[in-house]
Design a protein around this ligand. Structure first.
Ligand code: GRG
Length: 295
């Protein structure tokens, strides 16, 4: 099967699985559930759960215990996008080619649906205990998932990003921002896959480094697309970094070097992946695809 077809099929499988975990739109809080489901069903690449599932598969994982974590990861990611689009942060009206959650449901429900989805993600991940009550790795996976989302991960990075808008920032600070606001969830996705598959500490550490490199390349590519793509292609506004007075990898290093660095950093990730004797060619191709993605 060719890569694009396989990717589309895996994305569909993930979406089917996620649909089974979404909250019911009923009762007094149904507007909240609608807003949560609106954002979860708005599309997107489903990259993080696919990376998790493929790392799990590479390391020999075969149980359903991964499933609540696949859904939870996409919920965390989506909750961060809802909040990222809010008037207080990027104030964007479009995402994934559709109106953003706050644009449809209003700012208050936008805030609440981001909070609710983040909380619901952990509730969902905890369901893994019902599947395998004695599996100690579920606790380890939960720790990684929550730590990489919080102050020592995505939220830490995002906070430094927003509090430094409009200011000149060092490359060191930019690296911190990218490695946290973007890489942390990608690291967590791959690490959870590894942990639940029974990986050793050394393997989990190596997977963390791979996730870090993938996330960095992914974010630089995001910066490049912000200035080279179109709203139609991206499904979200372009020149958003300039609008928000953000220093990016491209403003610091220039478009040409940024493009070369994305290539180099992702090849580093692929080489580290190749060191695993258990090969997963799809995963390697996925990393390369991310560098050349158009949206
Ligand atoms: C509520 C948990 C929570 C967090 C709020 C706003 C915020 C804190 C974090 C924002 C983090 C962020 C948006 C980082 C940028 C990462 C990035 C490039 C996201 C886009 O990911 P894609 O391209 O999106 O995978 P799709 O739409 O394909 O899912």
């Amino acid at each position: 099967m060719n890569f694009n077809k396989e990717l589309e099929q895996k994305k569909k499988e993930i979406e089917r699985l996620i649909a089974g975990y979404l909250p019911k739109e009923e009762g007094f809080a149904k507007e909240l559930a609608r807003a949560m489901n609106y954002s979860m069903e708005a599309g997107g690449k489903r990259l993080r759960p696919i990376l998790m599932a493929e790392t799990y598969r590479m390391l020999g994982g075969e149980s359903k215990v991964i499933e609540p974590f696949l859904a939870a990861m996409e919920m965390i990611h989506t909750s961060s996008l809802i909040h990222d689009d809010l008037p207080a942060i990027d104030n964007d009206e479009y995402r994934r080619g559709k109106k953003t959650t706050h644009a449809v449901y209003g700012e208050a429900v936008g805030v609440l649906s981001g909070d609710a989805l983040l909380n619901y993600a952990y509730e969902t991940a905890c369901r893994a205990f019902f599947l395998e009550p004695d599996n100690q790795r579920i606790g380890q996976a939960l720790l990684v998932l929550s730590r990489k989302t919080g102050i020592y991960g995505m939220l830490g990075g995002q906070s430094v990003d927003v509090t430094n808008e409009g200011k000149p920032i060092s490359k060191e600070m930019l690296d911190y921002i990218y490695e946290n606001k973007t890489s942390a969830l990608i690291e967590a996705s791959m690490m959870v896959g590894g942990i639940l598959a029974g990986a050793s500490q050394d393997e989990v550490d190596r997977i963390e480094t791979i996730g870090n490199r993938v996330g960095l390349a992914f974010q630089i590519r995001d910066d490049i697309l912000d200035i080279t793509s179109t709203m139609e292609e991206l499904g979200k506004p372009v020149f958003s970094d300039e609008k928000n007075h953000k220093v990016t990898y491209v403003t610091l290093r220039g478009l040409e070097q940024a493009t070369g660095d994305v290539e180099m950093i992702s090849e580093e990730a692929v080489s580290l992946l190749e060191e695993f004797p258990q090969k997963n060619e799809f995963l390697q191709e996925l990393v390369r695809y991310l560098v050349n993605r158009k949206k």
